[in-house]
Design a protein around this ligand. Sequence first.
Ligand SMILES: [Zn+2]
Ligand SMILES: [Zn+2]
Length: 395
Amino acid sequence: MSRLLFVNGSVVLPDRVLEDAVVECVDGRITRVGRSRRRVPAGVEVIDAGGGFIAPGFVDIHVHGGAGADFMDGAVEAVVAACRAHARHGTTTIFPTTTTGSPAQIEAMLAACAAAQRAGVAETGARLGGVHLYGPYFASDKAGCHALEGCRAPVAGEYERYLAGGLVRVATCAAELPGAVAFYRAAKKRRCLVTCGHSNASWGEMEAAYKAGMRHVDHFWCAMSSVPSLRARFGVPMQASMAEFVLARPEMSTEVIADGCHLAPELLEFAYRMKGAARLLLVTDSNRALDLPPGRYRFGPEGDGSWFESDGKVGWAPNGSLASSIMGMDHMVRTMLKSTSASLPEVVRMASLTPAERVGLATQTGSLEAGKKADVLVLSKRLTVRRVFVGGVAV
Ligand SMILES: [Zn+2]
Ligand SMILES: [Zn+2]
């Protein structure tokens, strides 16, 4: 029996901070969160938080890679390298995210993730919560840094193959594409979090998507429709966009890339105030340049992904637009806390319990609660990651 006792820290719960509390774990599960006891039973490994924070491990539902590896490289070693890199930044549950690759590249990515999951990546890095089927069903006018040639409309013959394995837990499609509604229904049937992204969808297209089960929009303000973009598409009268749809519907969630480069503080604050901590997620959207020096890298598959430049803070596409982030979740948490009026429990919730709830994993992980997996972080007072435990195993 393995027993862990986290002591000498403030425990971050979804709604408050418990000062000088402890977290007890037995055999990979949390068994008690509460006031410290004087006596430590024999055979218990004590983890001293050094006066910092004891927090739940982060859950990242939108992430492309790290430490030189992109999940689309399609190799088990790439999956393991990226999962290890993100674990060092506090992510304990990860959803490897596809780009607009070819069917063969997407299948290779899914096979590599399945193999990594079987081999137990959680022993050495973040646990695979499932795959985010993100590309290829993007609108070509909203491709962003993804390879434009790969953008296509969803066809059942293709996506049913991806969904059949059960590994896909988050599924994105641009709502205006032909076949989008059928895709959303198929993904909903598989109990995926159904999302609309890289899209120039109108209100009407969002309504149809919503009816088919769509409940989330990828990286708010990035590669999505706006009133001006719809005016360019339809003329007048001006029409409401994805942004208004997300803000008007309490059931809709969305995510922000809080790296300090994509969105100014007032936009982070606006998103938090409009959606609240239970409907706004932090994601890294990190690419392979995480933890690597500035330089030129490929976004997506190693062989033919599109080139971007990392300046050490963020990725840049050749056309001068942003090409996803190069930061881990710990950085996003610190930036969100610094940039907004959200409290520490709320910011941590946006990086842990909220994403876990949206993907249906909240009974297993996402907060420090008896019965859940021992996905536990020790953070310093300044929120740098000191220790990471995935299911009670130190990584
Ligand atoms: Zn994107
Ligand atoms: Zn992305």
